[in-house]
Write a protein that binds this ligand. Structure first.
Ligand code: ZN
Length: 312
């Protein structure tokens, strides 16, 4: 037995007690029959936390909350639970179908620089540098205002509306700033393709398909690190690790003996000194690549005006 109305009221009442949020049950929802499941809907703005964006458009049961809890349960959450009635309620979500876990040690910025000196230009994968999950999730839920998954849902929906053949294809290609995952990433390219099919069911289109994502970046030169000097000052521990790596790299590469007085000349406050040592050492640019996939499922309104899924 599920009392959706009672659950919803309990949630609103709890928010009223804790945060003073007025109890607001929209009219159409008051007339809704009891539903055991709901579609999670975010406000689609920059303030939505990414764990809630990951729930956006998904169907959940009141009896089995996601790890985030139900909409409105977390402090300041403005997300909504839309009662789910099959064939009448819109939903749209992507599910990663590539394992994102990595058994490799996560690279720090100094590891990127180290590989530049000693890697001989060999490309690395995000999985090998322990960052596949971070990059794929940041891309999906945190790029732009609402994350790539939601933007792609809107694109797929619009494409499906104008494709009478039933097959739906969307190509995408853009660059994103992944500097929050690791300083060394800077701007990287993600491109790919969605391929799926759309079937008309009454006022709705049911869409299913698969998307391939391709990540491409090139680590060109430590001196190109954005705001490198600001990073050095903000990360004194990484800085000294880097200095140590340069010392070892000099010894390994044999390009030249370590300049006398190396440690005395290197100074967090004197960024030009470390620039000079890095320049003299040389290094080889290398590619950072990886690929992953996600499945897509959606029921969207054929009428774009009524739909929550369209390019804004
Ligand atoms: Zn929320």
């Amino acid at each position: 037995m599920t009392l959706h109305r009672a659950d919803l009221y309990r949630l609103r009442f709890d928010r009223y007690l804790r945060f003073g949020t007025p109890i607001d049950l929209p009219l159409e929802r008051k007339n809704d029959p009891t539903t055991e499941r709901y579609v999670w809907r975010t406000r689609q703005d920059a303030k939505v936390r990414w764990t809630h964006r990951a729930n956006d458009g998904q169907i959940f049961a009141w009896s089995a909350p996601p790890t985030t809890g139900h909409p409105g349960e977390a402090a300041n959450c403005r997300c909504e639970a839309i009662p789910y009635r099959p064939g009448e309620t819109e939903f749209a979500y992507h599910t990663f179908t590539t394992g994102l876990a990595s058994s490799y040690k996560r690279w720090e910025d100094s590891d990127f620089v180290w590989h530049f000196f000693t890697g001989g230009g060999h490309s690395v994968t995000l999985s090998e540098i322990g960052q596949l999950r971070d990059i794929a999730e940041v891309y999906a839920y945190e790029t732009g205002t609402e994350g790539a998954f939601r933007r792609l849902s809107d694109q797929i929906a619009d494409e499906a509306r104008k494709s009478p053949s039933g097959s739906v294809h969307v190509h995408f290609d853009n660059t994103y700033d992944f500097g929050d995952v690791a300083f060394s990433h800077g701007r990287s390219r993600v491109y790919g393709d969605f391929d799926g099919t759309a079937v008309q069911r009454g006022d709705m289109l049911s869409i299913e398909g698969e998307t391939e994502f391709h990540f491409r970046d090139v680590f060109t030169d430590p001196l190109d690190l954005r705001q490198f000097s600001a990073w050095l000052k903000a990360n004194p521990l990484s800085f000294w690790r880097l200095v140590d790596l340069i010392r070892v790299a000099y010894a390994v590469s044999g390009v030249a003996p370590l300049p006398p007085g190396f440690y005395k000349k290197v100074d967090v406050e004197d960024v030009s000194s470390i620039f000079r040592f890095i320049s003299e050492l040389g290094g080889t640019r290398y590619k950072i690549v990886d690929d992953w996939t996600a499945s897509f499922r959606a029921d969207i309104f054929r009428n774009q005006n009524l739909s929550d899924y369209k390019i804004k």
